[in-house]
Design a protein around this ligand. Sequence first.
Ligand SMILES: [Zn+2]
Length: 267
Amino acid sequence: MQAELDLLRYDLFAGIRHGISTRHGGISDPPYDSLNLGFSTLDDEECVAENRSNFARALGITSVELTTAHLTHGSDVAVFDATTPDDWPRAWHPVRAGSRRFTWVFEADAVISNVTGLTFLLTAADCTPIFFLDRLRGVVGAAHAGWRGTARGIAGHVVRHMTRSFGTYPADLVAGIGPSMGPCCYTVGREVVDAFETFGTRPALVANGDSVRLDLWESNRVQLQAAGVPSDSIETMGLCTGCHVSDFFSHRAEQGRTGRMAGAIGL
Ligand SMILES: [Zn+2]
């Protein structure tokens, strides 16, 4: 019997098609149980496809309407502008090497769009999905922010690209910071702290004896505020994947043998 597929949603995004999955509501076997949405895992492709169909249905669409991020752990922003459909940076691509099943893919860790009918999917297992919405101009955005993307300032990049491409005023934006490895669990090494310095950003760190933990939520919240998003327009779920492996896939807590959650948003 398949468990209910409930998506996590933000109050600030009410009325906008969006949601973040948990690991509940799918058909995959351990260690991918049960709602694994990542074709990049070693999970059975048929199970992932079925899970994606269920995920899409919970969003009120079909899986062919999903455009999936092929993550690069960089900070590029893919732009989908309704006035220039020939320039949309997407390709019809096999879901994994050798597969005969295809899906729309864009190569970036962030996306912005004013196109009605496109919904963007970003997978994660410890990194935080961040959503963006400018209701006045009808623009949505999404970013996948692990330590690499956060060090590169990806949240601020998305805000600036929305301004450049669609005329968004940051003060009109709302943003949502999703589940990820939290400041309670995310012990990081020197190379992570150094990466922030390299890119001129600042990590929010929590001291823990001889080690430090990275607070991805606070690091990204500070970047959003610095980019002009009002503090009361930023919603943080505050759910740690490492603390709640019964509800979330955690790459770290499960030593890499796990599935992928997904965040999706579209107009
Ligand atoms: Zn935790």
